[in-house]
Ligand binder design. Structure first.
Ligand code: SF4
Ligand code: SF4
Length: 146
């Protein structure tokens, strides 16, 4: 029997419902890593240092509803914000769909397992450190190539 294609294959980001949009986040936590920008080239480097609100065990925000009042670097993603989408890691479902790619193989919408992002090694689980314990001067020592 033929089944209908899933919403992420038929809808644009801009036409998804709020719950469809939210379900695209695989919970990798990679967008919650502190970034450094080269003053001369504007190049952006990710560190293994996570926002103080990130629970580094679950890779989820500990205060998602109030995050914008608490963390200056946090951002609200929207389909129209192309500049923000381009700053996301290349594994991120929002960026991938915006670029016309499919969901990554580990994505919970494909695996039906919310832990698959961790089990496949595609979340920050296991290497992220909370910025609560890192002095800002030490950030350059924490740059990673992910
Ligand atoms: S990088 Fe994308 S998929 Fe990963 S936590 Fe951030 S928004 Fe969600
Ligand atoms: S406030 Fe929450 S969602 Fe925003 S960067 Fe920090 S952990 Fe991530």
């Amino acid at each position: 029997m033929k089944t209908n294609p899933p919403f992420w294959e038929t809808k644009s980001l801009a036409t998804m419902t709020q719950s469809e949009w939210e379900s695209l986040c695989d919970g990798c936590g990679r967008c919650c890593l502190v970034k450094l920008q080269d003053e001369d080239t504007d190049e952006i480097f990710a560190t293994n240092v996570a926002c103080r609100l990130l629970d580094i065990d679950t890779c989820r925000c500990r205060d998602y509803d109030n995050r914008m009042n608490k963390v200056a670097m946090c951002m609200v993603l929207e389909p129209e914000k192309k500049d923000l989408l381009r700053l996301l890691p290349d594994s991120c479902a929002y960026r991938r769909l915006d670029e016309g790619k499919g969901l990554p193989s580990w994505h919970p919408l494909l695996t039906a397992n919310s832990a698959s992002v961790h089990l496949s090694g595609n979340s920050v689980k296991g290497y992220a450190q909370s910025e609560e314990y890192i002095h800002p001067d030490q950030l350059p020592e924490h740059v990673i190539n992910k």
